[in-house]
Every structure is written in C-alpha cells, then in structure tokens.
Design a protein around this ligand. Structure first.
Ligand code: HEM
Length: 461
C-alpha cells in the first residue's frame, strides 16, 4: 500500500487486536468477518491486518457506484500487480486497466462465451462420465475437491483447445497447488515468500510448466484456427510489449480462472447434495423427467429452463460466493457514502455482500433454489446478484461457466447416486486462498440403475 496516502480518520476500523488488527479473523473466515463488520460498522470500514490495510466498500450502493458514477475511481493493477511483476506478464487481464485492458479483453471474448460450452455439450457429458469412471476405478469414495478440479480442468481443456482432454488428475492437482501457493504468497500475502522456494511448490511448478510447454509446442507446430489459444498466438505476434512471461501465463490462465471458481462451486454443490436431501430429491425428480422426455440429457438451453437445476446452481453461486469481493485501489481521491477515499488506498469492493441482504434475498441464510423461478426472479434485481463480479473486469467466462455447471450437474445427478462418505459429518468452508472445502470432504459415487434412457449414449465412454 502507498505509504503517502492520507487516511480519512473517520472511516471506522473493523474489530481487531493491537498489532495484528483483524489478521486472525481475516485469515480464518474473511467472508463471515466482512459480513459481521458490515453489519456493525456500516458500508465503509477499514480492515487492518498487521502492516496491511484495506478499505472495504460494501452493500448495494457500492456495487452500483463501481458500475456507474464511480467506475473511473478504481484500478486493478495494484491488487494484482505483485503477480504481474513476479511473472513479468504485463498483459495479465485482471491486472490491466483502461484502454489496454479493453483491447486484450476483446481478443479473448469470443472464446469464452456460453456458446462454446453449448456447442460441445455432448463432449462435456462424456468428460463427466470418463472422469467419474477413472476416479471410481479404485473405489467409490472420492475427494469432492479433487474430482471437481479434474472435471473443471478437463472441460476447460476441451473448450479452450478444441482437443480431447489429456488432463490427468495429477496434472490438475499440480496446476491447482501451483496456483494455491502463488496466490497465497503473492496476491494475498498470507504466507512468506520463502514458500516459493519449497520443494513442494517447485515440484508442482515444474509439472504445471511441463503441461504448458507441451501445449505451446503443439500450437507452435500446428497453429490453432479458432478458440482461446488462437487469440493468444495472434496477440503474441502483434501486441507491443508482449513478453515470454505473458505467453506462459496465458497458457495457464484459463485453468487458473476456472479452478477456484467453477471447481470450488461444484465442490460446494456436492456438499449441498449430500446435506440437503429435500432440495436434491426435487432436483433429481426434475432431471429424471427431463431425461425421459428428451431421451437423454437435454440440450444446454433446455437445462437452463429447468427451475430446480437452474435454481440449485444459482443458489450455490449466491450462498457460497467463491470470488466474494473485487480487489482494487483508488485511482484518485473520491467520496463514497460520506467518506473520503484517498488516491492509492487499497480497496475491496464487497460485491457479494448483497447476496446476504434480506432486502434482496429474504431469509438469506436459507438454501432455496426457488428464488430464481419465474415467479420470484430474485437474481434479476439490479446489482443484487454478483457472483461473477461487476464493472469492467466482470467475469469473461460467466456464460460459459454457467453452461458447464448446468451440464456437469445434470450428468452427475441423473446418472449417479451421490451420498456422503461419512454421513452426518459437516465440513466447513475453508479459505485456500478462495472459499472451498478441504480434500477430507469425500462423497460416495455409484452408477444409478435407473430405467431412464440416455440418448447421449453415443458419447458414452
Ligand atoms: C463459477 C465460476 C466462476 C466465477 C464465480 C467467476 C468469477 C469471476 C469474478 C468475480 C471475476 C472478476 C474479478 C475481478 O473483478 O477482479 C472474474 C474474472 C474473470 N473470469 Fe471468472 N469466474 C468463474 C469462471 C470462469 C471461467 C470458467 C473462466 C474461463 C476460463 C473465467 C474467466 C475469467 C476471466 C478471463 C476474468 C478476467 C476478466 C477481466 O479482468 O477483464 N471465469 N471471474
């Protein structure tokens, strides 16, 4: 944080202890802590964690401000800059601002659209079947986090490269471990930089780069004609200041973008499936009916119209917001909600604070997929539902991620019985670095012996 910043002394300071400030609460459960402090301090408050400080802007007004009147008050480079400098990748999308950001974003846009997942829906179904089969070869109890990471990586590999996935669970794990440690050290500053020299980190880094090099070699030998990596190869040739670090980072970026987001979302979804039998039973009944009517898993557009399925997935994104805030810094002095924010302040726009606001989502702690049906449409309220962020950096892969989620969940629940490996045992949300569940949360997956016909059999592995 810029030491020259003049701090507004009237901004309330979140609960904490001398020296450490709120560090312990922020490490343990930042989502819960921010919600508590918002209720206590109001929409603007300062969080001190040791030497680091962050001003939190929360509530509906903050989301609106970031999107409308205040959109030029925020920059991303300071928050993500440590990663950019370490990697020497100045074209890392999340860390870019202004016209350069718009230009790079435009290049990638068409490869991350909903249509990409819709077009390859049959293949996504096949990936789910193949991945579950490979996981259950040794037994029917699997780590939910590991399974969903491999599923997400394999589906993204297909959608980004156009090729049949070759992402082994061990590679998926290395990519995830490499990301986890890098983010905890460089972006969040939770762990010391020494971690970047640990044999554990270096091993996963080597595995990740082996994967990246193989992909690069493949595309240098036969250049892709469409999709995300075609955009990367194009940018590489024409973008001024494009570095080798940019080139490497862009080969990992889509996998990193999907792991802690879609992967974690699916992990929370599996926990809800085993802990919420009523909502799950309604969902399975709906899916069985749809499969019967369509002679197999319905197409992606039909899945989106199934109220229980759509509502179940949206409710996961609301209640367990894996990207619960957007890290920024103030590009200039500005005022928000009666407080003066000084240029250079580190900020967190708590975009998903509205998810827990009674005014938009009555009884917000309750898991209720029916909030999203035609009658209620709670997610359609302006700026209320923000799992994919807001503003110029709003998730580029939102439509694609949603479609991947619907197809993956429809396949898992219509073709497998999923139950808790340890019935009655609850696993709490952990932050590692984003919200997720520990590898100890395991589910039992068994093929369902239903009479439901599956027309998608032509894709069955
Ligand atoms: C449930 C799944 C997902 C969630 C909840 C999610 C959430 C988010 C959020 C909140 C941001 C904004 C971060 C910020 O403003 O600092 C973001 C950015 C982004 N997401 Fe996602 N994401 C998901 C899946 C994906 C997937 C599958 C991809 C594609 C591979 C993707 C690609 C991106 C990209 C490229 C950006 C950066 C956009 C920019 O900086 O202009 N996301 N995502």
């Amino acid at each position: 944080m810029n030491e020259n910043v003049l701090k507004d002394p009237t901004i309330p300071v979140a609960d904490g202890v001398p020296l450490l400030g709120s560090a312990v609460s922020m490490l343990r459960n930042p989502l819960q802590f921010l919600r508590q402090q918002q209720a206590k301090q109001g929409p603007v408050f300062r969080v001190k964690a040791g030497p680091r400080e962050l001003v939190i802007l929360s509530g509906w007004d903050a989301v609106k401000f970031m999107n409308e009147d205040g959109k030029d008050c925020f920059v991303s480079n300071e928050f993500w800059g440590k990663l950019t400098r370490f990697w020497q990748c100045p074209h890392f999308l999340s860390a870019m601002d202004g016209s350069e950001h718009i230009e790079v974003r435009r290049n990638f846009k068409s490869s991350m659209v909903r249509g990409a997942a819709i077009e390859r829906q049959e293949d996504i179904i096949r990936i789910v079947r193949d991945t579950v089969a490979s996981y259950t070869e040794q037994g029917d109890t699997v780590s939910a986090r590991s399974l969903t990471r491999t599923l997400t990586n394999s589906e993204l590999f297909l959608l980004m490269t156009g090729n049949w996935p070759t992402v082994e669970p061990s590679v998926a794990r290395s990519i995830a471990e490499y990301q986890r440690i890098t983010f905890n050290v460089l972006v969040l500053g939770k762990w010391p930089r020494l971690m970047l020299l640990s044999p554990w980190y270096l091993w996963h880094k080597r595995q990740s780069f082996k994967f990246v090099r193989e992909l690069q070699q493949q595309f240098e030998t036969s250049p892709p004609t469409s999709g995300f990596f075609k955009a990367v190869m194009d940018i590489k040739g024409k973008m001024p200041g494009f570095t080798p670090g940019d080139y490497d980072f862009m080969f990992l970026a889509p996998f990193w973008a999907g792991l802690d987001t879609l992967g974690a979302g699916l992990t929370f979804l599996l926990r809800e499936v085993v802990e919420n039998p009523q909502a799950t039973a309604r969902l399975i009944t709906e899916l069985d009916q749809a499969v019967l009517e369509h002679g197999g898993i319905p197409d992606a557009e039909t899945l989106r119209k199934l109220p229980e399925l759509f509502g179940f997935c949206m409710e996961i994104l609301r209640l367990y917001p894996v990207a619960f805030g957007n890290g920024r810094s103030a590009s200039k002095d500005f005022e928000f909600s009666g407080y003066k924010i000084k240029k250079g302040e580190n900020l967190l726009v708590f975009t998903t604070s509205t998810h827990f606001d009674e005014a938009f989502f009555p009884n917000p702690e309750c898991f209720d997929p029916r909030r999203y049906d035609k009658e209620h449409n709670q997610h359609r309220q302006r700026y209320a539902f923000n799992p994919f962020g807001r503003g110029p950096h709003i998730c580029l892969g939102a439509g694609m991620a949603e479609s991947m989620m619907l197809t993956t969940v429809a396949t898992l629940l219509s073709e497998y019985n999923i139950s808790a490996a340890e019935p009655g045992k609850h696993y709490d949300m952990i932050f590692d670095p984003s919200p997720t569940l520990s590898d100890r949360f395991k589910v039992r997956i068994q093929k369902r012996h239903s009479n439901v016909p599956t027309d998608n059999s032509k894709t069955s592995g």
